[in-house]
Design a protein around this ligand. Sequence first.
Ligand SMILES: C[S@@+](CC[C@H](N)C(=O)[O-])C[C@H]1O[C@@H](n2cnc3c(N)ncnc32)[C@H](O)[C@@H]1O
Length: 364
Amino acid sequence: MIIPIKPWLDLANGKAGLAGYRGAFAAGDGLILSADWGRVADTGSPAGRIQLPVGNIERMDFYHEPILAEEILEAMRPVEGKQIFDGTLGGGGHSELLLRHSAHVIGCDQDQEAIDHATRRLAAFGDAFLPVRGNFRDIDQLLAGLGIAQVDGILLDLGVSSRQLDDPTRGFSFREDGPLDMRMDVRTSFSARDLVNTWGEEEMIRIFREYGEERHAARVAREIMKARTVKEISTTLGLAELVARVIPKTSGKHPATRVFQAIRIAVNGELEALETALEKSVDLLAPGGVLAILTFHSLEDRIVKRFMHRRSSPYIDRPEWSEPRRNPDFAFHLPTRKAIGPDEAETKRNSRSLSAKLRVAVRA
Ligand SMILES: C[S@@+](CC[C@H](N)C(=O)[O-])C[C@H]1O[C@@H](n2cnc3c(N)ncnc32)[C@H](O)[C@@H]1O
């Protein structure tokens, strides 16, 4: 059996791997018959095939490639060996790195599948890893339930994992057909299907504009209102095709990308959860504790940037004041005011990292 692969090599940092298939295949008794390497001219990265004996191939779980992993490790270094709350456990990639650097990790996710996967993956770390199912907006209650008053680090890697996105039964993506769902926590009762079939036109226009930054919000909402009087909109492809009918196709992204993003954010209350967790982090981080937030679109990044800037100015000034006054909200120092992005090697091997921005703050 010949498996086509797309390996990546990062010679500068001495790293290598298989893009998209990192750890995805294992030869039962390690018999790799031949490797055949060549160069893909346009990307400059090597391409190849690995031949594996049939019957010895076990498909292992590819879940999610941790983004800005080195940078997150660097940011968390001051609290190495201490207790870190990973609010977005996902496949457990970031948690594993932190555990390898002797941290104790409380891994939280609202998706039971993520908890189960990461618990299996991180079993070797024993008591140093503590999984907890919940929403990170309830971080105070989750920690209190574990008898923990404060932690030394909080990490949030926002949005959905590759696993959630790629699984058509979860209804996040329009690449394959599936039920229109998009709930990260399937215990909640409100899905994307409920949203598009019950919300009013004005409410939909607002979220398509605010959460999707969609210029054609009104046209899409009108089309949804029209379509649902004939038949309930219940599948991802059904919605994607409807959106594609009214949004002119431009090069690049699928016309439904922004509408899907908006619905996902609304269904999961993503921005409210982020705002709540950021405010709660002030009391839950021990002095010197690190807050590291990884965002993937401008709405999230704006919230994090504003929070960190407001909370990191020791003094505030207003024209009507004779002199600057102490900022009652001051709580953090910023190691750098700028967001940290991926390097070229990472964007080449993982396109999901393209829009990633990491912001870091240290509790004063
Ligand atoms: C981008 S993935 C995290 C990937 C992870 N850092 C890794 O390296 O594998 C985001 C995960 O966070 C979870 N999530 C998103 N928002 C959440 C919230 N408000 N509370 C709890 N979990 C959340 C999702 O279910 C998903 O599993």
